[in-house]
Design a protein around this ligand. Structure first.
Ligand code: KG4
Ligand code: ZN
Length: 343
């Protein structure tokens, strides 16, 4: 099966062509620089950028894959959750392509695609799904909009155990970075600065770390950084103290994510942990998940870095998998679902 997938749920315009579990092409046009000026994603601007970029991005994906539109067997797009006006662009375009080609269309849940993205691996240079290695697992999805712990019992069968009650982990990186004067999104910059900082320099709260449940909360940590900076305004004049602050904030976020993930795995008798979403690019998180899983004798599968942030390849791989398992196609009169909650 050859399938074209589109992803426009937030601030990346992406198109990918997948064929029989292999990613033939994956093109991502990021709007990060456009939104940086405003300190966050501006929905109206995001939608306009998607409108401007979607066709060139889709054309590039088809060209790179060497696939003509007439060779497509199916089309997929993100149906939700996400910014309504942004989602509409990719979703409606994909429905229109499916209509014109008279091929099946599938609307995909963005987080479900993240959930299975760790099973897409690079083999011989190309990205391909590797579901033959699949093991039941505890999956951590950490992005700018969401923080979820999910029990994945078998392929396409999963149950959400916990999520954030306020800010997402990525949001905590971005908002605390903003307090320090770092550009949006601050996550990658905090990661970079933290490499040369002391994670024990400042002691920030680890919200809900000792709570028995699987939910997360990060807004208290953000508030404590705000008060800390109010009480120590001179700190931002010292480059090394900024690095220490970044390392300390990162250590608090990462400790909560890692410990709660491992605890959920143990409680649910899972011996495999997976992680995906933009924050999974964070080097301390990757490192600490690796050492914690090693200590416990768990298998760890981290999404490939190029698949951690939003991309259409993960949408395409999941859509193809679903169509192959005879999951019914989505109607061409169906609408986007911006608040779609992963069950
Ligand atoms: O998955 P994603 O591209 O978009 C959403 O669906 O939200 O994730 C973007 C988030 C941003 O909050 C960004 O700061 C964070 O992922 N992020 C990082 C790193 N790279 C991206 N956070 C910490 N360390 C990183 N290296
Ligand atoms: Zn995402």
């Amino acid at each position: 099966m050859t399938l074209l997938a589109l992803e426009t749920s937030c601030d990346e315009t992406s198109a990918a062509v997948v064929r029989d579990g292999r990613v033939l092409s994956s093109v991502v046009s990021s709007q990060v620089r456009l939104h940086a000026e405003y300190g966050g994603v501006v929905p109206e601007l995001a939608a306009r950028e998607h409108l401007k970029n979607l066709l060139p991005v889709a054309r590039a994906a088809l060209g790179e894959a060497g696939v003509e539109p007439g060779q497509l067997d199916a089309v997929a797009a993100t149906q939700g959750p996400g910014l309504p006006t942004a989602l509409l662009v990719g979703f409606k375009a994909a429905q229109a392509v499916a209509f014109a080609l008279r091929k099946p269309f599938l609307g995909i849940h963005h987080h479900e695609a993240h959930l299975y993205s760790p099973w897409i691996a690079r083999g011989g240079g190309a990205l391909a799904a590797n579901f033959s290695d699949f093991q039941p697992n505890i999956s951590l999805i950490v992005s700018g909009g969401h923080t979820l712990l999910v029990l994945v019992e078998s392929e396409l069968k999963h149950r959400v155990l916990g999520s954030t009650v306020d800010d997402a982990a990525g949001e905590c990186f971005d908002k605390t970075g903003k307090l320090m004067g770092l550009a949006y999104p601050a996550g990658p910059e905090i990661d970079r600065l933290a490499e040369q900082g002391n994670p024990k320099a400042f002691d920030f709260p680890r919200p809900l770390l000792h709570d028995a449940g699987d939910d997360f909360s990060f807004s208290g940590l953000k508030t404590s950084v705000r008060y800390f900076l109010r009480d120590n305004p001179k700190l931002l004049d010292d480059a090394q103290r900024i690095r220490d602050l970044c390392a300390s904030i990162q250590a608090a976020i990462v400790e909560v994510l890692v410990k709660k993930t491992i605890r959920a795995a143990k409680r649910n008798h899972m011996r495999c942990v997976t992680a995906s979403g933009g924050v999974t690019c964070n080097r301390a998180l990757r490192r600490d998940l690796e050492s914690a899983c090693k200590r416990e004798g768990f298998t760890l599968r981290l999404a490939e870095e190029s698949l951690c942030t939003d991309n259409a390849a993960m949408i395409g791989i999941l859509a193809e998998r679903k169509l192959a398992q005879n999951i019914p196609a989505t109607g061409l009169d169906e609408e986007i679902n911006p608040g779609w909650v992963l069950a």
